[in-house]
Design a protein around this ligand. Structure first.
Ligand code: FE2
Ligand code: FE2
Length: 416
């Protein structure tokens, strides 16, 4: 609304009266009578007669509403400027500096580039070439930066496995999962970037193992098992020979298969003999290996892999690390296949750090049990029943996608 006070001489047909116009001479306090109403608020001036009557009543000025009727230059705006409510800028969730939707775009590029860098240095190692340490350090720094801005973005991408480039994606996944634990444990960003280098290079020793042993679908012979179990020693050696690798990164390379109860390999170290960063990478390594499909086994659903990690708490894995890891991944990590109260089923596509029970889900099976052609996105934290404040959908169970002929990999690769 725009209120304007104008002189009575400026009043024209087509103007809209904003306030009552009363006769100044008739009525009023002195007469004990209310002033006589000449024109009511909300009236439109439709004739020159009305204007004349107002002038005869001795009025000097009137208030018009220029948003509803005719306006003229001049006059005095009397309405206060409309109050512009300060729009509160939405803030990223707690512990996150950026929004998932923004970070995920960057994270995809960082992850893709990192996989290529791992591929390059593992290829170079296998053929006796040199490793570009600056490239590895930069990849680690970039991955660390993304984790420290919004850990959910890169974490969500760890559920995307690449079967043909398994070793390379595994290295990046272990790097990201270890970084996520480090971030949640309060490690500084500088220290974490050393973890990143260790994570990316932890299996570099595998580049010395012939593929027919590494990817053998059947059971391994004792000799082959020995070769495989020696890869941490090889990783450690390669990093040490590079001459400029931090001890923490070397420890990750050499100790990521050790177990806190001393049952791991290659040295059977116990928890207190292990580097704290290696304890983190040990959990990350097992989780990624369990959830990844291999020539001889399909990947486990995240909730089963999490249970395996949880069951090893205090025996195989450091208790604190396991707890931090489960907290970081959430109850329903990205890639989890869940059943909703509506009988629909879908894949968790984005965790909700403020309410881990209500992630975003891409529904792929209807309540009638039919697979959809494309996922239907629902935000369990934002959708309410039409009848009231109750949530429209909630997770009631985790399901094994294989029991429903669902290939999570295919669906995760579909934009949701
Ligand atoms: Fe390994
Ligand atoms: Fe590994």
């Amino acid at each position: 609304m725009a209120k304007k006070k104008i002189s009575i001489d400026q009043l024209q047909v087509g103007m809209f009266m904003e306030a009552d116009v009363r006769d100044a001479a008739k009525g009023g306090k002195s007469s004990g009578k209310k002033k006589v109403l000449l024109l009511g608020k909300g009236m439109l001036i439709t004739s020159d007669n009305q204007i004349r009557r107002l002038k005869e009543a001795g009025l000097n000025d009137v208030i018009i509403d220029t948003s509803k009727g005719k306006d003229i230059p001049g006059g005095r705006i009397v309405a206060p400027p409309p109050v512009v409510k300060e729009v509160k800028k939405a803030k990223p969730p707690a512990g996150r500096k950026t929004f998932f939707k923004d970070e995920i775009k960057v994270a995809k590029k960082i992850r893709g580039a990192s996989v290529q860098i791992v591929k390059e240095f593992m290829g170079n190692t296998a053929t006796g070439g040199s490793i570009d340490t600056k490239k590895v350090a930069l990849a680690s720094k970039t991955l660390t930066g993304s984790v420290f801005r919004n850990v959910d973005a890169l974490l969500s991408l760890t559920s995307l496995k690449n079967y043909s480039e398994h070793t390379y994606t595994h290295s990046v996944n272990v790097c990201v999962l270890t970084l996520a634990i480090a971030y949640a444990s309060g490690v500084t960003e500088d220290e974490a970037s050393v973890i990143g280098v260790g994570g990316l290079m932890h299996d570099i020793g595998k580049s010395m193992i012939p593929l027919e042993i590494l990817d053998k679908p059947g059971p391994l012979s004792d000799e082959e098992r020995k070769v495989i179990m020696n890869h941490p020693v090889q990783s450690e050696r390669i990093l040490r020979e590079m001459g400029n690798m931090p001890e923490a990164a070397i420890a990750i390379a050499g100790q990521h298969h050790e177990k806190v109860n001393g049952s791991g390999y290659p040295r059977g170290l116990t928890g207190d003999q292990m580097h704290s960063f290696a304890s983190m990478s040990a959990v990350a390594d097992v989780y990624d290996a369990l959830t990844s499909p291999r020539p001889y086994k399909p990947g486990l659903p995240p909730y089963i892999a999490l249970r395996v990690v949880f069951d090893g708490k205090g025996t195989e894995f450091d208790t604190g690390v396991v707890e931090t890891f489960i907290k970081s991944l959430g109850i329903y990590p990205v890639g989890s296949f869940v059943k909703l109260n509506t009988s629909e089923m879908g894949i968790v596509t984005e965790v909700n750090p403020e309410d881990s029970l209500r992630p975003k889900v891409g529904v792929i099976v209807t309540k009638f049990g039919k697979q959809r052609a494309s996922p239907f996105p629902v935000d369990l934290a934002k959708e309410f029943k039409e009848t009231g404040p109750e949530y429209a959908r909630m997770i009631v169970a985790q399901e094994d996608p294989r029991h429903h002929n669902i290939n999570i990999e295919d669906w995760l690769a579909t934009p949701m």
